[in-house]
Write a protein that binds this ligand. Structure first.
Ligand code: PFF
Length: 468
């Protein structure tokens, strides 16, 4: 029997709201909470934020719409949807490779994403124990000095069993929701957890307003200094925006394939992009007041969340409990995103090999889990293993960095360029009709962006990634 929200004989979202929440859940993740503040901190604060917003509106939003349109057009696995669109437009079925690149990218990203998910679980554990043992009203991690709190992170990374164990835990929890399916797993999770996420984010931001250096954070993120904008800032912002909106990874194609034909995808894409960008900005307003109040610099790098934040919670009132809530919030965001990443290869495997969802979900535990084990061990047991030293952009990198660089610098831009070419040139106007919310000037503007501006910008990211 086919479920109530069935789309093209497959399971689908039960409502438009469910789709929007699940897509926001996919977009809002470690990219917003971990990468955005780090990138903003390293690339000049306000200058980065302004360029980021421009990139989202002019370059990413057209691609987001294109991906969901491809998915909804075929209402099938990403490869079949892309193939149908190409064939119906009189082009080669090989265009399904557009989705193929995305599926491969999503699988690889899922591999290292779950490693970071494991780190988040570690800090949930640290703050949970701390809240119980030291009482929730004082600062966190009482009795430890600042260096000892900072050292928690490197000592976590040095432990193969902790890193791999927590990564596998994260993989299994994610796969559980994949196993439950679109409406009973992914949708249910998004509908219950996204409101919790928003509540926690707003509550912690308000807390930062009163007990952190909120004015400094606002000045830092929103003081626009045009002279700070250069090629590096623009390309960092663009790359971050693509990752944050889950683009170039067939993720939005997959989620779009579960949407009914009555939904206005231009409208929902706007809502998804606005929510994701809003969360990134709120994440900055949530994290920087706490970091600045502890006297830590904005450009603390990737350790911002895992070192600076725990140190900051140590010195502020209620730090134990707020620290616990903070890392629970990050867990929710990471989980709703990793479920989206898992769904991409799962939907593909179910269609390609005619396997049941439970079997596909179990295979993902093995495949993504194994990739993640390699990535996780690159911080400890395999620290000296640099298998691609002979390729300049991978020189000196372990598996985690290789997977990260390979996907964010090469595969995501390539996948997204292919989406632009398929939708903007090969299929041209086939995807456009009034039900998609694209008519008149909006359609003409979108076509201009998807044909010229978005692919051009993506080619620049690619060149920069390869040669800079
Ligand atoms: N957009 C997510 C983040 O910002 O963390 C990452 C992601 C999730 C990418 C799902 C791709 C995807 F399909």
């Amino acid at each position: 029997m086919v479920a109530a929200g069935a789309v093209n004989g497959r399971e689908g979202w039960s409502s438009k709201t469910a789709f929007v929440l699940a897509a926001i859940g996919s977009a809002v993740g470690l990219g917003n909470l971990w990468r955005f503040p780090t990138e903003a901190g390293e690339n000049g604060g306000g200058a980065f934020v302004l360029v980021y917003i421009a990139c989202v509106i002019l370059i990413c939003l057209p691609v987001l719409l294109a991906e969901t349109l491809i998915g909804r057009y075929g209402q099938d696995s990403p490869t079949l949807s892309a193939r149908k669109l190409a064939v119906d437009s009189g082009a080669s079925p090989l265009w399904e490779g557009v989705a193929g690149v995305g599926i491969l990218t999503a699988t690889i990203v899922a591999g290292f994403y779950c490693v970071v998910g494991g780190w988040v679980l570690y800090y949930v554990g640290v703050f949970a124990v701390d809240s119980v043992s030291s009482g929730v009203t004082g600062g966190a991690l009482q009795g430890m000095d600042v260096d000892a709190v900072s050292a928690l992170f490197p000592s976590l990374l040095e432990s193969p069993s902790l890193v791999v164990g927590l990564q596998l835990l994260f993989v299994v929890v994610t796969a559980f929701f994949t196993y439950r399916g679109v409406s009973k797993g992914i949708e249910l999770m998004a509908v219950y957890l996204m409101p919790v996420f928003f509540f926690l984010l707003i509550a912690i931001t308000v807390y930062g307003m009163f007990s952190g250096a909120f004015g400094d954070a606002v000045a830092y993120l929103f003081t626009f200094e045009p002279e700070k904008i250069d090629g590096t800032v623009v390309l960092a912002a663009l790359g971050q925006a693509f990752f944050s909106l889950s683009l170039g990874m067939a993720g939005m194609m997959t989620y779009g394939s579960y949407v009914g034909r009555d939904v206005n995808l231009a409208g929902t894409s706007g809502v998804i992009a606005a929510a994701d960008t809003g969360v990134a900005l709120l994440a900055g307003l949530c994290i920087f007041p706490i970091v600045f109040a502890a006297g830590i610099a904005a450009g603390a790098g990737p350790g911002l969340m895992f070192q600076a934040i725990p140190v900051a919670f140590q010195s502020i009132p209620g730090g134990s409990l707020v620290g616990l809530l903070f890392f629970l919030m990050v867990t929710v965001a990471a989980l709703t995103s990793s479920v989206a990443l898992f769904e991409v290869p799962t939907a593909w495997a179910m269609e390609k090999f005619h396997v049941s969802r439970p079997k596909a979900a179990l295979s993902m535990i093995a495949l993504i889990g194994a990739l993640g084990v390699f990535a996780g061990l690159s911080f400890n047991a395999l620290a000296e293993f640099h298998p691609l030293d002979f390729i300049p952009i991978f020189t000196g990198m372990g598996m985690f960095d290789i997977l990260d660089t390979l996907t964010t610098k090469l595969m995501i831009p390539i996948g997204a360029i292919l989406v632009c070419v398929l939708v903007g040139w090969v299929a041209s106007d086939r995807l456009v009709d009034a039900e998609n919310g694209l008519s008149g000037w909006l359609h003409r503007f979108w076509r201009l962006l998807i044909r010229y501006l978005s692919p051009l910008a993506l080619v620049l990211i690619l060149i920069y990634g390869l040669f800079a």
